[in-house]
Design a protein around this ligand. Structure first.
Ligand code: SF4
Length: 472
């Protein structure tokens, strides 16, 4: 896309702005076509609203072409999965581990992995107009569970992703919500290949310690155990597609995964540390999600992330960005059930400078100097959910220092079993370490009825930080 075409479409695109979906569609129509090449997922953003994603009409979007591409890529995953099936590929529904099993699946030439867990966001994106939560209710999985119960509705309706050829799910150090719902899915006639991820523990006396990505440690015996569990997953994949996986194939997949992870690491670093935010919080959240399973196309994920990074660098180089230099630098914990909350933070004077969306293990580099399956076992054990809330808080503190975050927001997930207490633990540890305001909020899948309260609380946090700045 040439700049002059962009400017004809949008006017001064050189100025980063947040625009509505309507503005994007008008710009797109004016320009004729905004795709620099046919990647198979371009087009008007508005078409995703017409196919049911009505929440998009209430969001504010970055006006860069890289962001348009990001959104279109995210919202066309279902099409890619259906095309993959037509092309004879085997679809793997990876559940819960977030970031490990897809690396194994990608090592095979004809496996495509996706997370049915992604249905977590459907009650938001569809503003529940597909009735997925009502289906879950009827099956006894009510609002005492987190929004992942929409996955159950999606399996029953069969409308939001193709039925996987094989389902794989981690159990053990996972939340009760997911374990219960995945068992219910199996009970509905979707066989699951279960593998166990134990709760992480320090090495026992005399046991060798294994350093995990992200800095935590585990006993070498635990790494060996998880390695054996993942070997069972590989056996399942091999039986499914009749291709034997070699170490060389797995190492090549890890190498590609690390390319995605380093691009994302650089994108996060560049956004969090810039004087002016070069990318809004919402687009950065979507970019982070791509690291989990690559939206079913790893090569294209890298292209999308590289274009975002180029946009961020170009904006930072020109000293332009969003929200003003006095925006309060916030570290955000847990994903938001309603994407609108990310816009809201910025409207209240904040910006994102650090995140832990519960999948930091999908962002860290995978070790490439040890046997590949052992490396993936270490990644799986690095899952924040496999460790203690104290360990999670320690990493949050470290990252807050590295990114210069001034405040912490812990966003509770409605119904999530792990959210009842861990927020309090994280708050206590971070508060004890310094004079950093901490705000705990709960964001439901559609937060409109609570928007007034949320706004007041976010504004109060921003005000507190600004007052602290004056006192320094
Ligand atoms: S309870 Fe938490 S970890 Fe479990 S599925 Fe829900 S959001 Fe994910």
């Amino acid at each position: 896309m040439s700049l002059c075409l962009a400017e004809r479409a949008l006017g001064p695109v050189a100025v980063p702005r947040q625009i509505t979906l309507e503005e994007w569609d008008e710009a797109y129509e004016r320009a004729g076509s905004l795709e620099p090449r046919d990647a198979g997922y371009g087009g008007l953003l508005g078409r995703h609203v017409r196919s049911g994603n009505t929440r998009l009409a209430r969001l504010q979007f970055d006006n860069s072409f890289a962001a348009l591409k990001l959104w279109n890529f995210l919202l066309t995953e279902e099409d890619r999965l259906r095309q993959a099936r037509l092309a004879g590929k085997t679809l793997i529904g990876a559940m819960k581990d977030l970031g490990t099993v897809p690396v194994i699946a990608c090592a095979y030439p004809d496996l495509v992995a996706f997370y049915p867990d992604g249905a977590w966001w459907l009650p938001c994106l569809l503003e529940d107009n597909a009735g997925l939560l009502a289906i879950a209710d009827r099956l006894g999985v009510d609002e005492s569970f987190c929004p992942v119960r929409a996955m159950l509705g999606a399996f029953v309706s069969g409308e939001h992703f193709p039925r996987p050829d094989l389902l794989v799910c981690s159990v053990g150090a996972t939340c009760d919500d997911f374990s219960a719902i995945a068992q219910r899915v199996e009970g509905l006639g979707h066989p699951v290949l279960w593998w166990e991820l134990p709760q992480r523990r320090e090495p026992e006396p005399g046991e060798k310690a294994a350093l995990l990505p992200g800095g935590a440690r585990a006993g070498a015996g635990q790494v060996a155990f998880v390695q054996a569990e993942l070997a069972r997953v590989i056996t399942g994949f091999t039986m499914q597609c009749n291709v034997k996986l070699t170490d060389r194939m797995l190492a090549a997949s890890i190498h590609q995964a690390n390319k995605v992870r380093s691009c994302l690491a650089e994108l996060r670093r560049a956004v969090f540390t810039a004087g002016l935010a070069p990318l809004p919080a919402l687009e950065l959240l979507v970019a982070e999600m791509l690291a989990l399973h690559y939206c079913s196309d790893r090569a294209e994920t890298l292209v999308v992330l590289e274009e975002l990074l180029a946009t961020v660098r170009e904006r930072t180089g020109r000293g332009v960005g969003f929200h003003g230099r006095d925006a309060v630098r916030v570290f955000w914990v847990n994903p938001v059930a309603d994407l609108k909350a990310m816009n809201l933070l910025e409207e209240c004077g904040g910006r994102i400078c650090g995140t832990d969306y519960l999948f930091t293990h999908a962002l860290d580099q995978i070790p490439d100097d040890i046997p590949p399956l052992e490396a993936l076992a270490r990644v799986a054990l690095a899952d924040p959910m496999a460790g203690t809330a104290q360990e999670r808080a320690q990493r949050i503190q470290r990252d807050m220092r590295a990114f210069g975050s001034e405040a912490l927001i812990i966003s509770r997930i409605p119904g999530a079993s792990h959210c009842a207490l861990e927020g309090e633990v994280i708050r206590e540890i971070v508060t004890a370490a310094g004079n950093c305001p901490v705000l705990e909020i709960e964001v439901p899948s559609v937060c409109d009825p609570l928007q007034g309260t949320l706004r007041t609380r976010l504004e109060a946090l921003v005000e507190t930080v600004r007052n602290q700045r004056k006192e320094r």
